[in-house]
Design a protein around this ligand. Structure first.
Ligand code: DC
Length: 222
């Protein structure tokens, strides 16, 4: 049986690391939709596109080709033939993606690719609008949340590990700005689907969060 798990929530809630582990344990495909929005943002940055002009961003989409490939079970994002999986993980790309992902045609551009993967294989797909817009019929919907200071702390530790010394207060301010933009945009805002289960990971470590997600899945997918 093919089934889909929609995992939504704000940045830094742990969606991608949890989804990756759950996909491995259940032998299903992990689809990181944020990575696709990030790849579009990276293209705009590399080509000096004015990201605050919706019209300009949309007019550039015809030059963008995004593919997801899987190598040793890990998702790679291919932008115009180049593997940009690492390049899309900077704070600049995060902030840019939060702006460009608000545009209706940017969202429409990625929708088919996202839906098509889920048609042929079981997936755990993470994002902001998976349970509400992309896969409204997903068998399992989880909304992952955590206090913004906890999320900022996790992001800060990740950045430090990569040698990026952005101060904690700046990471926190960026997380809160991105939350605001993702929640308040007109198109597919970040929102818990009515039938999604809320999982707050503020007081859970990684293993506990993975287990909590597995318990929800096992309850729904028999
Ligand atoms: O999950 P992430 O941090 O990689 O997402 C980067 C940005 O992309 C985020 O600010 C909002 C946007 N995004 C979105 O609008 N819809 C999705 N399904 C996934 C991400």
């Amino acid at each position: 049986m093919i089934y889909s798990i929609a995992l939504d929530g704000p940045g830094g809630a742990g969606k991608s690391s949890i989804a990756k582990q759950v996909a491995k344990l259940r032998g299903i495909v992990y689809v990181d939709t944020g990575a696709m929005y990030r790849a579009i943002a990276l293209y705009m940055l590399k080509n000096n596109v004015d990201i605050h002009s919706e019209e300009t961003v949309v007019s550039q989409l015809e030059n963008v080709d995004i593919k997801l490939e899987y190598r040793d079970g890990a998702q790679c994002v291919i932008l115009n033939g180049e593997d940009v999986s690492t390049q899309i993980r900077t704070n600049e790309v995060s902030m840019t993606a939060s702006v460009t992902s608000a545009y209706k045609q940017v969202r429409a551009f990625l929708m088919d690719t996202q839906r098509n993967v889920a048609k042929t294989t079981s997936v755990i797909m993470d994002g902001r609008d998976i349970g509400t817009v992309v896969l409204p019929d997903a068998q399992v919907k989880i909304f992952l949340s955590a206090d913004s200071r906890v999320r900022a702390q996790r992001r800060w530790l990740e950045l430090q590990a990569k040698g990026d010394n952005t101060p904690f207060e700046e990471v926190l301010a960026d997380i809160e700005k991105r939350d605001w933009q993702d929640i308040n945009r007109k198109e597919a805002p970040l929102r818990q689907a009515d039938d999604a289960i809320l999982l707050d990971t503020s007081n859970l470590d990684f293993q506990q969060s993975v287990q909590a997600v597995l318990d929800i899945i096992d309850e729904k997918v028999k």
